[in-house]
Design a protein around this ligand. Structure first.
Ligand SMILES: [Zn+2]
Length: 76
């Protein structure tokens, strides 16, 4: 798995929706990639903040928008 694939699967990874093989590949990539580790940590923080504000069930558009904002800021 490369950075692009991981970013494409990150929300599924966070929700445990990847297959065992995909999850293993994602974990292995994260262990070797500082960029994706940072993106993952920031995405988790954003999701946790949203949950604190009573939005435990983020709709897909909101989740994607938050995720994209993390990606945009980490790619600057
Ligand atoms: Zn990466």
């Amino acid at each position: 798995m490369d950075c692009h694939e991981l970013e494409a699967n990150l929300t599924e990874f966070l929700e445990g929706e990847l297959s065992p093989q995909e999850e293993k590949a994602a974990v292995e990539h994260l262990a070797t990639c500082q960029h994706c580790e940072t993106v993952l940590a920031e995405t988790k923080a954003v999701v946790a903040t949203a949950a604190e504000h009573g939005q435990e069930e983020l709709d897909p558009q909101t989740r994607q928008r938050l995720f994209q904002s993390v990606l945009d800021s980490s790619n600057q």
